[in-house]
Design a protein around this ligand. Structure first.
Ligand SMILES: C[S@@+](CC[C@H](N)C(=O)[O-])C[C@H]1O[C@@H](n2cnc3c(N)ncnc32)[C@H](O)[C@@H]1O
Length: 295
């Protein structure tokens, strides 16, 4: 399996959590369940679990129209998207031509491919994969790193073609996560479900995403899981006292973890990120790029 298992280089992607979440599903008899990712982003966790046959179905929800459109193109317009990637120059002129698509608010059949390609293009050509950022190398391309340095067309196309084979097991929605969950919650009674919430970061969300949360939005998510007890869930967050306060007092379990963290016994006591769940959470440790369960 290549290190890049996803065509997006997404800020806050949770690739390192995949082994842990796989283990969590297994010890709680949730293997084969329907897996919800209501803050999809790169959807790296759900897509990997689906590819491995750990889950049976993947429901993705994303509010950012560029990211949503990208995934729709991957699953419904694979050939056209790959052709567009093949034929488009990855340079600053293309970046400038696509820039107005960052302001589009609606998507339909007429602009879906443009939006989907733009989502991929900005994600792979901008600083840190941030859709609203400037291009790698700057507008004037004066740096030794150029706009195309993270855009390996052949690799991206092969990842897209591989993921497109999963399309029959994926449902994709352009929606607000909590709105979607409220409209969908009756389904949880009909099938074994697990919901992995990875909301925008509490502190850095505004810098990283075009849609991010206010304090009251974070509170609304906590209220949703507090009030809806008929499904199992996991939330990943930045470790902040405000977030801890939202989830205290109704039996949620916590585990701190360390993303992109080189193991250091001295530093391990500081929680950088947080897992919260209604399920008992096994201990976690970081082993460089992966999280593994403690022996
Ligand atoms: C922390 S990222 C998720 C990263 C993802 N788990 C991954 O591994 O790539 C949060 C995502 O939520 C999306 N988002 C922000 N507000 C949202 C909302 N109200 N409803 C649904 N998605 C939202 C952002 O666009 C972003 O893609």
């Amino acid at each position: 399996m290549p290190a890049t298992i996803n065509p997006l280089r997404y800020p806050g992607a949770k690739r390192q959590l995949i082994p842990y979440i796989e283990k969590l599903l297994s010890v709680n008899n949730l293997t084969g369940s329907t897996f919800y990712e209501p803050y999809a982003g790169s959807a790296v966790v759900g897509l990997e679990l689906l590819q491995k046959g750990i889950i049976n179905k993947l429901i993705l929800v994303e509010k950012d129209i560029l990211i949503y459109s990208f995934w729709r193109c991957v699953f419904e317009h694979t050939t056209e998207l790959c052709k567009r990637i093949e034929e488009t120059a990855i340079d600053i002129e293309t970046w400038k031509a696509l820039k107005p698509l960052r302001d589009v608010k609606h998507c339909d059949d007429a602009n879906l491919l443009d939006l989907g390609f733009a989502g991929l293009f900005f994600n792979r050509t901008n600083f840190s994969g941030i859709l609203n950022a400037n291009p790698i190398g700057g507008i004037n391309q004066t740096s030794s790193y150029k706009i195309n340095c993270r855009f390996n067309k052949a690799l991206i196309i092969s990842l897209i073609e591989k993921l497109s084979l999963l399309n029959e097991k994926i449902e994709l929605y352009w929606d607000d996560a909590i709105n979607f969950m409220n409209n969908t919650k009756k389904n949880f009674l009909k099938e074994t479900s697990f919901v992995y919430f990875d909301p925008p970061y509490f502190v850095k969300g505004e810098r990283l995403y075009r849609h991010y949360y206010s304090k009251s939005d974070h509170k609304a998510l906590a209220n949703f899981v507090r009030e809806n007890k008929h499904f199992d869930w996991l939330i990943s967050y930045d470790d902040d006292p405000y977030i801890c306060g939202l989830y205290s007092g109704f039996g949620a379990k916590y585990r701190p973890f360390y993303l992109d963290y080189t193991v250091s016994s001295k530093q391990r006591s500081k929680g950088k990120e947080l897992l919260i769940s209604n399920l008992p959470l096994p201990p976690i440790t970081i082993n460089r790029s992966n999280i593994v369960e403690n022996a």
